[in-house]
Design a protein around this ligand. Structure first.
Ligand code: HEC
Length: 225
């Protein structure tokens, strides 16, 4: 277990935020494994314990967020159909995001093809991770199990970052599918609300986007003591 913790720490130290590049795939696989194994690892330092706590919290938050939104959406689709459910996505999703974003934590949903371009457009790190999720999906990996975690550094400081892939399900297609899946009325309403909407053309099983969660960390010296 210690080996994995060390592996994780090495990645953490190597990474400088804007340098995820051609090594991403191998990197992703290793970090993914490390993150996965870390859930049951014994923390080596106070910093590792802190990161494990954030990982655990992030996983719970992502799951809760998706379950709450998915449940509400499903109910409204059954009750009133897709036209009526647009409001659920428009209101409930941003409300949940701001409810969960507190005490130094930021919670978002992002996508390489966003509908809400203001809130859903990924930053460079998120884009790289989303690309790695898509690559994984093309290689036949189960989207529902994809997650990624890393310590990053940028102009605003150091962050614990976590992403969890959001799979496209059949029920999503009436608002995110091919043109044959979306009724003309729904398309019209979506374009009225989101003139720059890019979130169409998906098929079931594809990566629709991801939950993205980050926590601001203290400075390097306090963590590496
Ligand atoms: C009734 C129409 C509708 C359905 C069905 C629907 N969505 Fe959406 N989706 C939306 C709208 C509207 C937004 C923009 C919400 C906002 O303003 O934040 C959105 C945004 C998103 C986003 C945030 C990123 C972005 O593109 O802005 C994700 C991720 C997402 N949807 C995933 C899903 C998934 C997964 C499903 C199926 C479980 C689904 N949606 C079903 C209408 C829908």
């Amino acid at each position: 277990m210690l080996g994995l913790v060390m592996d994780y720490r090495r990645h953490r130290q190597n990474y400088r935020g804007d340098r995820l590049n051609k090594t991403l795939d191998g990197f992703f696989q290793k970090s993914f494994l490390a993150a996965f194994m870390l859930a049951s690892a014994v923390p080596a330092t106070a910093a590792d314990a802190e990161h494990l706590k954030y990982l655990d919290e992030s996983r719970k938050t992502a799951q809760e967020f998706m379950q709450t939104l998915g449940g509400t959406l499903k109910k409204q689709l059954e009750l009133g159909g897709a036209e009526s459910a647009i409001g659920v996505c428009k209101q409930v999703a941003p409300a949940l995001a701001s409810e969960y974003s507190k005490n130094g934590r930021v919670v978002k949903r992002v996508s390489l093809k966003a509908r809400n371009v203001t809130q859903g457009t990924p930053d460079a790190w998120e884009s790289d991770v989303l690309n790695s999720f898509e690559l994984g999906q093309q290689q036949g990996k189960p989207v529902a199990e994809m997650e990624f975690t890393q310590i990053t550094t940028d102009a605003d400081g150091r962050w614990f970052r976590y992403m969890k892939a959001i799979p496209t399900q059949a029920m999503c297609l009436q608002c995110h599918g091919q043109s044959a899946d979306i009724s003309p009325n729904v398309r019209k309403l979506l374009l009225q609300e989101y003139p720059e909407d890019k979130a169409v053309g998906f098929s079931a099983g594809q990566v629709r986007g991801a939950m993205s969660i980050k926590y601001q960390l203290g400075n390097q010296s306090s963590v590496n003591r």
